[in-house]
Design a binder for this molecule. Structure first.
Ligand SMILES: NC(=O)c1ccc[n+]([C@@H]2O[C@H](COP(=O)([O-])OP(=O)(O)OC[C@H]3O[C@@H](n4cnc5c(N)ncnc54)[C@H](OP(=O)(O)O)[C@@H]3O)[C@@H](O)[C@H]2O)c1
Length: 360
């Protein structure tokens, strides 16, 4: 096995496939890790010239995963839902002493990585970076940019706004699990459970004025790792009836958990398109981040771009390449802003950032 390969776990999925493309475009060697040799072979057939290594793992356990990660320069995991498939990959990467990043968006998984895996990752001398995709890199890096010089913060409000909704099977599966789990926000220094959509926020997202509802994001877990901040609320604004700002938000988690309905919903989300179409991917997306200092000063930035899946793949490929080249010094469970320079990284991945008037 090549010493310098980057392992992609879950390369048979929509996002893992984009990550493989992005790594190969950067000239990196890849090792494909998944639970089916047939499906890994199909992925490899699309990249015959690159000759990727294939590593099937028939028992999805820490020890077996660690065995195939030994000797890799970095690992990117896109095997989700992460609450089902993610933990043995993190533990395997730490056991093999390989730096790790992933595309998770699920709050319970991100919390487990920060609270349960930090010490092991530090002892192994590697960085473990969960949720390094469209969820929640713009919010974390946007806050790191907005805070510049303001000192300790009273609160941070993050709003994700999407012009056209298009999802992969994995996103739909993970979103179902997230909406059934408690929604945590950080309020006055503590993580508290709040109803989905309990708070509403209106911002100018560049392409439209958006009304967003509160949502179980990653920022309430990430920002305190690098900023002094008491309250962190993440919101999402989507077109259509499933927006957390919509009238269904208050009952949605209960409806999705109804014992009679849950198995049918689980089946239905697996049907339909494997990933978003060209129209949805071309739609504009934005992340509005507003910070308020303890002395009342406010500042807001707008991170803007298109194609959240393309951004996720580019961000993961760029971070894994930096990890493989020894350009990430941090160890332990890290937030995005602890492993990359905020402005430079967003521009390297094609997103822009500008200061805007605070929404208040
Ligand atoms: N944060 C973000 O912005 C962002 C962006 C994109 C995706 N994501 C997340 O990334 C994950 C993958 O998304 P996707 O679009 O690639 O979904 P997908 O197309 O459904 O692919 C899922 C991948 O995970 C693997 N997998 C699923 N369950 C597994 C299990 N129990 N054990 C081992 N492997 C398993 C699948 O392998 P098989 O071929 O063996 O089934 C496949 O490779 C989802 O959780 C999604 O929410 C997040």
């Amino acid at each position: 096995m090549s010493e310098r390969s980057i392992a992609v776990v879950g390369p048979t999925g929509f996002t893992g496939g984009l990550v493989v493309d992005a790594l190969l475009r950067r000239g990196m060697a890849v090792r494909l890790v998944g639970r089916s040799l047939d499906r890994l072979t199909s992925v490899a057939a699309r990249h015959r010239n690159a000759n990727p290594e294939l590593c099937p793992v028939l028992e999805w356990e820490r020890e077996r995963i660690a065995e195939v990660l030994v000797g890799c320069a970095a690992v990117v995991s896109c095997a989700g839902p992460f609450v089902e498939a993610g933990r043995p990959v993190v533990e395997g990467a730490i056991a093999a002493r390989v730096p790790y990043c992933d595309s998770a968006g699920e709050q319970p998984f991100i919390r487990w990585v920060y609270e349960q895996q930090n010490d092991a990752a530090q002892s192994a001398g590697v960085a473990v970076v969960p949720a390094f995709g469209f969820d929640y890199v713009p919010g974390d890096l946007g806050a790191a940019i907005a805070v510049d010089g303001l000192g300790p913060l009273r609160r941070v409000d993050v709003v994700y706004a999407v012009q056209a909704v298009g999802t992969s099977v994995g996103t739909r599966r993970s979103a179902l699990g997230m909406l059934r789990a408690p929604c945590l926000q950080r309020v006055d220094g503590r993580l508290v459970v709040e109803r989905l959509g309990a708070r509403r926020r209106q911002v100018d997202a560049g392409f439209a004025t958006v009304i967003a509802g509160s949502f179980p994001g990653g920022e309430s877990l990430m920002l305190p790792r690098h900023l002094q901040v008491d309250t962190v609320i993440t919101h999402v604004g989507l077109p259509g009836m499933l927006s957390p700002a919509g009238r269904w938000a208050s009952v949605l988690p209960r409806v999705l958990s109804l014992p009679g309905l849950a198995p049918t919903l689980d089946r239905l989300v697996g049907r339909g398109a494997a990933g978003p179409g060209a129209r949805a991917r071309a739609g504009r997306v934005a992340c509005h981040v507003e910070v308020e200092a303890e002395d009342g000063r406010r500042r807001a930035v707008l991170v803007e771009g298109t194609d959240p899946y393309g951004f996720t793949a580019a961000a993961l490929a760029e971070l894994a390449t930096r990890m493989a080249r020894g350009n990430v010094d941090a160890t332990g469970s890290c937030a995005p802003a602890q492993v990359v320079d905020a402005r430079g990284f967003l521009s390297a991945t094609g997103y822009t950032v500008r200061e805007v008037t605070p929404a208040g």
